[in-house]
Ligand binder design. Structure first.
Ligand code: ADP
Ligand code: MG
Length: 619
């Protein structure tokens, strides 16, 4: 066993600790949420490991968290009888940040407290948040199944190092004792603690107990005070939030639960809570965040959905539950049908999981359609009051009763959020615009990934266009504005909006007053390979092939073009010869108005944009 040892924190931890204590200052009380959520995770882990090894429960099958405080010693203790920590686990888990990408995370901190607090929150400071209120933390623990003599004590003042030692600890699990700073003495108060617990941790599915206090009169009715009674009582509801009926859950509770599972500081844009019955029974509580996490582009990182089986936590980030293009969704799925010992491999093959995945995908798309419908938009030219609904031309399918969804009421987060978004996005106020700015590009991956829902996804897409400055034009909007005789939806891909707008390819379209969608996301080119038409109207890149304006071109123009092609023939031959290694063909074009020449790609050829992308990737 271990004798008393001093160990340094991993460099990133030391840095993080400094940040935590400085930038989370205005939001101190979250430390309690973090520590209680760790206690709850530890109990979940025990319950999970005990499925195969019931002996791990020892003589204490009732899992619980106890919160206590000692005003004289100025300490606050959060104790659980969960899985506990071995000595090595204490060193590893409380001395390093195990999560990958820590370095990258650190490099993104700006020094601006508000922005950093947001980032740190997303990253999940977890355990280290104790140092917001404590100048010393003592952790004592014993892992379930290990003998009492193999307990561990971990002590740190949150500076550069921590100390570990072996202790004898008969009781299983972990107690975290915070030695409170002078300015955090407000937490030595039963009512204060109770109110924080009910605010942040009410949904935790195991009991959080505190010792009851009662008033005791002093001698001669003087100097009465509260004294502890030795009786512990639960201070939370202790049933999993998602298992409660919707009518019993307040918006605040939904938002708190979201913050707890997502480590996000901001409220979500929307959520949907349903119990699905039928062949496969499950409960889903899914959230659309307001902000993209920094690792959104890591497709490996995948989903933010936790899987439970009959209230027992099974795994985080269960990627089989939602397709990759919906990896921004957070939430919980609780299945009544899966076996408790289900593995990731098994999940991939399960028919129940397939049904859950389909149902949840539909639910998320439904939520987005809802947001899109409610989106308000000001068009720069119309000069109305900005209360125009967009997407009015789109029909949003009603929930399909065949889904077997019995209990469907989507709720939206507090309305103050819309105001916030309005302030942030100016004219483009509204939640869908906010969602789209953060996640629109990810959603597009769905065109290539989810053929069954391609139509629905296409309807949710928004673009800038040659006549609209904001990324707000849907294919349906575009179609509604098409010119008489126009047979295709025209688009151009480019690296930036400015490049798209200034492209010579647009000249003829501008002259004829034809709108062209401007696509500047990296995924556009790839995604559009999978979308050749929208509701019967083909999509046509203006940079590919000979642009056939069809009926939009009048007879005189066609004739002029033919004549030009004829009379310039010798010239074209000479150009072709001169450019023979560089160009496939040289043509007279009608697509230019002011520019003398432009490059185009063969129909079906790789666009210049895609070619550049591949070149960047070294292909
Ligand atoms: P996270 O909870 O996101 O993993 P934390 O910083 O909150 O990150 O906790 C770090 C790790 O410390 C946990 O993953 C867990 O291994 C360990 N830990 C923290 N608190 C406890 C506890 N009460 N019981 C057992 N292990 C714990
Ligand atoms: Mg944690």
């Amino acid at each position: 066993t271990l004798s008393k040892t001093k160990l340094p924190f991993q460099a990133e931890v030391a840095q993080l600790l400094h940040l935590v204590t400085h930038s989370l200052y205005s939001n101190k009380e979250i430390f309690l949420r973090e520590l209680i959520s760790n206690a709850s995770d530890a109990c979940d882990k025990l319950r999970f490991e005990a499925i195969d090894q019931p002996a791990l429960y020892e003589d204490q099958p009732a899992l619980e968290v106890r919160v206590s405080f000692d005003p004289a010693a100025k300490t606050l203790t959060i104790a659980d009888n969960g899985i506990g920590l071995s000595q090595q686990e204490a060193i590893d888990n409380l001395g390093t940040i195990a999560k990958s990408g820590t370095k990258e995370f650190m490099s993104r901190l700006s020094g601006d407290q508000k922005a950093d607090a947001q980032l740190i929150g997303q990253f999940g400071v977890g355990f280290y948040s104790g140092f917001i209120v404590a100048d010393k933390i003592t952790v004592e623990s014993r892992r379930a199944g290990l003998p009492a003599e193999e307990g561990v004590r971990w002590v740190s003042a949150g500076a550069g190092d921590f100390e570990v030692d072996t202790i004898t600890r008969p009781q299983r699990g972990t107690s975290v004792t915070l030695h409170l700073r002078d300015d955090a003495e407000e937490y030595l108060n039963l009512w204060k603690l109770k109110s924080i617990i009910s605010k942040y941790s009410d949904h935790i599915s195991l009991p959080i107990l505190m010792e009851k206090e009662e008033w005791k009169e002093g001698e001669d009715n003087k100097g009465g005070r509260m004294v502890k009674t030795g009786e512990w009582e639960p201070v939370n509801q202790a049933n999993a939030l998602w298992s409660r009926p919707k009518k019993d859950i307040t918006d605040e509770q939904y938002v708190e639960f979201y913050k707890n599972i997502s480590h996000d500081f901001e409220a979500p844009l929307a959520w949907s809570h349903n119990r699905v019955e039928g062949n496969t029974e499950y409960t889903q509580l899914l959230y659309i965040p307001a902000k993209a996490p920094m690792d959104l582009w890591n497709r490996e990182k995948s989903a933010g959905v936790k899987l439970y089986v009959k209230r027992v936590f099974i795994m985080d980030d269960a990627e089989a539950l939602l397709p990759t293009y919906l990896r921004f969704v957070k939430g919980v799925i609780d299945s009544a049908d899966l076996p408790l010992n289900v593995s990731r491999e098994l999940l991939q093959e399960s028919r129940d999981v397939k049904a859950i995945r389909e149902g949840s995908t539909k639910r998320v798309l439904g939520m987005l359609e809802d947001l899109a419908k409610k989106q308000r938009k000001t068009t720069t030219s119309s000069g109305d009051d900005g209360k125009l609904d967009i997407g009015s031309g789109e029909s949003v399918p009603a929930p399909n009763p065949a889904d077997g969804v019995t209990d469907v009421v989507d709720k939206n987060a507090d309305t103050s959020l819309a105001a916030e978004a309005a302030a942030e996005y100016g004219d483009e106020s509204g939640k869908y615009a906010k969602f789209y700015a953060e996640f629109g590009a990810v959603l597009k991956e769905g065109l290539g990934e989810d053929f069954a829902n391609r139509e629905r996804i296409a309807k949710l897409l928004r673009f800038a266009s040659s006549t609209s400055d904001t990324v707000s034009v849907s294919f349906a909007d575009y179609k509604a504005r098409m010119k008489e005789g126009q047979e295709a939806i025209y688009y151009i891909t480019a690296e930036t909006l400015a490049a798209a707008r200034n492209s010579p390819q647009l000249e003829i379209f501008r002259k004829k007053g034809i709108e062209v969608l401007l696509m500047t996301d990296r995924v556009d080119e790839w995604a559009l390979n999978y979308l050749t038409e929208f509701e019967g109207t083909p999509l046509q890149s203006v940079a590919k092939g000979a642009v056939d304006l069809g009926k939009l071109q009048d007879e005189a123009e066609k004739k002029a073009a033919e004549e030009a092609a004829e009379s310039f023939k010798p010239m074209l031959e000479r150009l072709k010869e001169a450019l023979k290694d560089k160009a496939e063909d040289v043509r007279v074009t009608t697509r230019l108005v002011d520019s003398p020449a432009c490059l185009v790609v063969q129909d079906g050829g790789m666009s210049t944009q895609l070619a550049r992308l591949l070149k960047q990737a070294g292909q």
